[in-house]
Design a protein around this ligand. Structure first.
Ligand code: ADP
Length: 537
């Protein structure tokens, strides 16, 4: 039988499988990753903002310096001499990040070129580059910024008394100045800020992870304790858990519900155990009573069978002597020429015969029930045995004006079987057929096939209805069991027939229809399979 796996054991296996992904570890991993990611993103964002601000600050400073330098370079451009702006150039170069300055005329002539540079100075810029007339940063390499500013001259004659503030002032484009700013300082500042931010971010991340781990441990501690108590409970011992007042409200509720559940379960278990014990005692008591009753019944049955066997044996002896003496009396009467008592003497013989067959049947049934019926096999010619059985029942067949057909050519050979029992089977079936058929046909067919003897006794008699077919094989069962019954008999014939067939390892089958007739089929193997022999005990 297939043993179903207990659901609890099944769950236990599943839990063991996923233990590596505990709730605590899962929460810790997810929140830590999120914390670190946030810290790094914040570090990047802050670094980006700080870098932008620094670079704008430097840019503004550069633009301011360029515009100042442009103002001081007007004279140099007006007189086409860089010498006039040298002082201003050196002052501008004093800014640590400004590495190079240059003044370029409107005709693109470099009037002044001071400082060190690795990059080509911006030249050939025309007036159109400065839409609003102020300095601007020109795209250049990563290492250097180039800032250029236009230089104009203003002609206004202060001596002219008619000139007012609203009058248009004439401006002339003289050229432009270029300064080159070394951006390495800016970049090192930016890198520094980024690294500092990253370190601070990672520090925050670690601190967050540690705080998270401690918090989770503290929060989940009561939960873990509850789980281990539950695990112990699944092993059969009902254990309640101690409620930690510092645990979260949800955990306290779970623990409380669990404790209530456990106490109810323990109570129920106790009751069940008590009932089980009671039931076991009751079952043991009943079993012993049943065993006793069975033994008593078996003993009684054995006594009954022994009694029947003894009594029938004791009855048979005087009955046989009655038959013997009746025969003697009949002969004496015949010798003395007294014939008027012949019929009465025949009645004595007939009744004594009937009584003897009844006693023999009871003896057979008793032996079968007591398990004392023995089998003695011998090789016999089946066809001759059939002929003997037919001879015995012939008067009965004739009495009811029946016709007998024998089909036994396939049984004209030797067969190893208990002759007496087979003869008894044949007699019972044939005499029943003769008894329950009037002016009909009785067919006896026999054959030997595949080491099996097959016998069929069919008649065209009264037949047996379906309901009766199931009970007529029981001892003392007759379809018409009333006092005024039409047919004589003991109700033992078919029971003995069935038991004998089974003792010989065979089977008996009945097909019948009321009013049409019956057919009894018997199949007996030559060598009975020991397992098919019915044990009467
Ligand atoms: P009995 O001594 O009464 O014939 P059996 O055990 O031989 O006892 O038969 C039991 C009953 O089965 C019979 O009383 C009869 O009613 C029925 N029976 C047996 N054989 C036949 C048959 N060939 N046709 C009709 N009824 C039968």
């Amino acid at each position: 039988m297939e043993i179903l796996e207990e659901p609890a054991a099944l769950n236990q296996r599943k839990i063991k499988k996923i233990k590596s992904r505990s709730f605590q570890a899962e929460l810790f991993t997810r929140f830590s990753i999120a914390g670190f990611a946030l810290a790094i993103i914040a570090a990047f964002a802050y670094s980006y903002m700080a870098s932008t601000m620094i670079s704008r600050f430097y840019e503004r400073e550069g633009i301011q310096a360029t515009e100042n330098f442009a103002q001081l370079s007007a004279l140099a451009l007006l007189y086409d001499s860089g010498e006039n702006a040298k002082e201003a150039a050196f002052a501008t170069l004093n800014f640590p990040s400004i590495k190079h300055v240059a003044i370029i005329s409107a005709k693109n002539t470099i009037l002044l070129d001071e400082g060190e540079t690795n990059e080509k100075i911006l030249s050939s810029l025309d007036q159109s580059k400065w839409l609003d007339g102020s300095a601007r940063l020109f795209p250049s390499s990563k290492a250097t910024w180039q800032i250029a500013a236009p230089v104009y001259t203003v002609f206004n004659d202060d001596s002219d008394p008619d000139l007012t503030l609203d009058d248009e002032i004439e401006e002339t484009y003289l050229g432009y100045v270029v300064i080159q700013v070394d951006t390495s300082e800016v970049r090192s500042f930016q890198l520094d800020i980024f690294l500092r931010n990253l370190v601070v971010g990672l520090g925050y991340g670690f601190a967050f992870a540690i705080i998270l781990s401690l918090t989770l441990r503290r929060l989940l501690k009561p939960m873990n304790e509850l789980t281990s108590v539950m695990e112990e409970t699944t092993d059969g011992a009902y254990k309640s858990t101690e409620i930690d007042p510092e645990a979260s409200l949800e955990v306290i509720k779970i623990a409380d519900v669990y404790n209530q559940m456990i106490s109810k379960l323990a109570e129920r278990d106790q009751k069940l155990r008590g009932q089980k014990d009671l039931l076991e005692t009751e079952v043991a008591l009943r079993t012993s009573e049943l065993v006793q009753a069975r033994d008593t019944a078996l003993e009684a049955n054995r006594h009954k069978s022994e009694f029947l066997a003894n009594i029938t044996h004791e009855l048979r002896t005087p009955l046989q002597s009655i038959l013997g003496y009746t025969e003697v009396v009949k002969e004496v009467l015949e010798d003395e020429g007294i014939f008027n008592c012949e019929k009465d003497v025949d009645k004595i013989t007939h009744n004594a015969d009937h009584l003897l067959s009844l006693i023999n049947s009871i003896l057979d049934i008793s032996k079968i029930e007591a398990g004392k019926m023995e089998i003695s096999n011998q090789n016999i010619n089946i066809k001759s045995l059939l002929a003997r059985a037919v001879d015995t029942v012939a008067p009965l067949i004739e009495k009811n004006n029946n016709e007998l057909k024998i089909i036994a050519d396939e049984a004209d050979s030797e067969f190893l079987v208990d002759e007496k029992k087979l003869f008894q089977i044949l007699l019972n079936l044939l005499s029943n057929a003769a008894k329950f058929t009037h002016e009909g046909t009785i067919t006896l067919s026999a054959s030997i096939r595949k080491k099996h003897l097959l016998i069929e006794v069919s008649d065209t008699g009264i037949g047996i209805d379906q309901e009766q077919q199931d009970i007529i094989f029981e001892p003392f069962r007759q379809i018409d069991g009333s006092e005024t019954r039409q047919f004589l008999g003991t109700g033992l014939g078919l029971s003995i027939t069935m038991h004998f067939t089974q003792l010989l390892g065979g089977k008996i089958k009945l097909d019948s229809e009321v009013g049409k007739g019956s057919c009894f089929s018997v199949s007996i193997p030559e060598k009975p399979n020991p397992e098919t022999v019915i044990d009467e005990h």
